[in-house]
Design a protein around this ligand. Structure first.
Ligand code: FE2
Ligand code: FE2
Length: 196
């Protein structure tokens, strides 16, 4: 699961000064808390990490096998796990928080409205990663397209994630009882259980 890249500096005449290579580690982060709001915040960490990995496929001259592997991991994350995060927020967090505070209701409405928007922005980027995976290489055309798309997708997500982190998650911690938070956690976990 841990991928690739040496952490050493490799300098050439052309790219001296930007030759530091990154260590890409996928799926290495594990939640240290099972509090439901911590679980949601951990999802945000993964969203940011996989978006940055998608950008890396476009921006960096990764070895062929590594580019394909990274693109595949990005596509799998956004096809399989990310939709569950949207469901967590739309079906579990939103109904529990609504009707308690007009400002929180407005923030929830913004969150729900943004979900299809960021999802639609994400789609072509994920499709490009899938293409890299299925074609077995990151061609120049694919890399150019990823490089052109990734920053705007990251920007849209960042605004969305920060809004949730600054407004909604603190509101949930403040307004939900311990019992409600336990139920929320159980729903998040059930959504990820086989056969659930
Ligand atoms: Fe969201
Ligand atoms: Fe979120």
């Amino acid at each position: 699961m841990a991928l690739v890249r040496s952490g050493r500096r490799r300098r050439t005449g052309r790219d001296e000064g930007e030759a530091e290579k990154m260590l890409i580690t996928l799926g290495a982060k594990r939640e240290t808390s099972d509090a439901p709001l911590d679980l949601l915040e951990a999802c945000h960490g993964r969203i940011r990490r996989f978006l940055s990995l998608a950008r890396a496929v476009g921006e960096r001259e990764l070895p062929k096998a590594e580019a394909v592997e990274v693109a595949g991991q990005v596509a799998r994350y956004f096809r399989v796990a990310f939709p569950l995060h949207l469901l967590d927020e739309d079906l579990s967090l939103s109904p529990r928080l609504s009707g308690r505070d007009p400002l929180v209701d407005a923030a929830l409405a913004r969150m729900r409205a943004e979900h299809p928007v960021v999802d639609a922005q994400l789609e072509p980027l994920v499709a490009l990663c899938e293409a890299v995976q299925s074609e077995g290489e990151a061609t120049l055309a694919r890399r150019d397209a990823i490089r052109a798309l990734a920053p705007s997708v990251e920007q849209a997500f960042e605004a969305h994630l920060v809004h949730e982190e600054q407004v909604l998650f603190p509101a949930a911690k403040r307004l939900l009882t311990q019992a409600e938070q336990r139920t929320l956690r159980e729903e998040l976990r059930a959504r990820r259980s086989p056969g659930a």
